[in-house]
Write a new protein. Structure first.
Length: 244
């Protein structure tokens, strides 16, 4: 995210990163003149080792950064749709990340995820990832978990963080980046807390769901919002599978 033509050019050099990802899409962004938004922060890209058979840039309903949708043909899995999002940052109109802007911009981020999700095919394996500029308990995260019935890669990393910055000598850490998925089994996940950016990469490895065990093992009990009967049934099913 926050790609620029310079970034694309550097990645496209001989033996550069793009040599490992021959199917790639870059959509650079320039804010309208006089607009308070950072001019290059809306650039977005998807790098793929497999053919991208469909893609589209989705305009933000609040006239902020667009999302990038792609449908990728993955061997052994089939079509997988990927939605790359960069939701409105908690800036005031003067580009200052003040606490009031963080809370006042929550409704804008919710409008964005509701609109972007309309473009997802309901029964296709799906990954939604990017900079949400909001935490795991936000309305946006709950929307994907509860309304879209997706799982969070970060569900097993409650003590880790994807974003860190020092302000006036104080270290502020949060989970602002997220990766949600459904109709897939997550076989590996990690946060790489390295690099010069204030955001850390989230890595998720997925495969096709081949059994009930795959499906249930992705569902952390503490994240289910069901009644007691359904929760007990889930626990019983999970225990039976673990005993096999």
């Amino acid at each position: 995210q926050e790609t620029t033509p310079d970034w694309e050019r550097d990645l496209n050099r001989p033996l550069g990163l793009l040599s490992d990802f021959p199917f790639s899409i870059f959509k650079h962004y320039q804010a309208p003149k006089g607009n308070f938004k950072p001019p290059n922060a809306g650039g977005i890209a998807i790098l793929s080792k497999f053919p991208i058979i469909e893609h589209k840039l989705i305009k933000s309903p609040i006239d902020f950064f667009p999302a990038l949708y792609s449908l990728i043909e993955v061997p052994g899995v089939g079509d997988v749709q990927l939605l790359n999002v960069h939701l409105r940052p908690p800036y005031s109109l003067s580009q200052v990340p003040i606490p009031n802007a963080y809370f006042s911009s929550k409704k804008d981020r919710m409008k964005e995820v509701e609109w972007f999700s309309v473009h997802l095919k309901p029964d296709t394996p799906t990954i939604v990832a990017g900079d949400f500029n909001d935490n795991e308990q936000s309305l946006c995260s709950k929307f994907f978990k509860n309304t879209m019935k997706m799982q969070s890669v970060l569900s097993k990393y409650s003590s880790s963080n994807t974003w860190s910055i020092n302000l006036a000598g104080f270290s502020l850490k949060m989970n602002l980046d997220h990766m949600f998925y459904k109709h897939l089994h997550c076989v590996n996940r990690k946060i790489i807390q390295e690099g010069a950016s204030d955001h850390f990469p989230i890595v998720g490895e997925f495969c096709k769901i081949t059994s009930l065990k795959d499906s249930i093992s992705d569902l952390p009990i503490e994240s289910l919002e069901t009644d007691d009967i359904e929760n007990n049934q889930y626990r019983n099913n999970k225990e039976l599978i673990e005993m096999e």
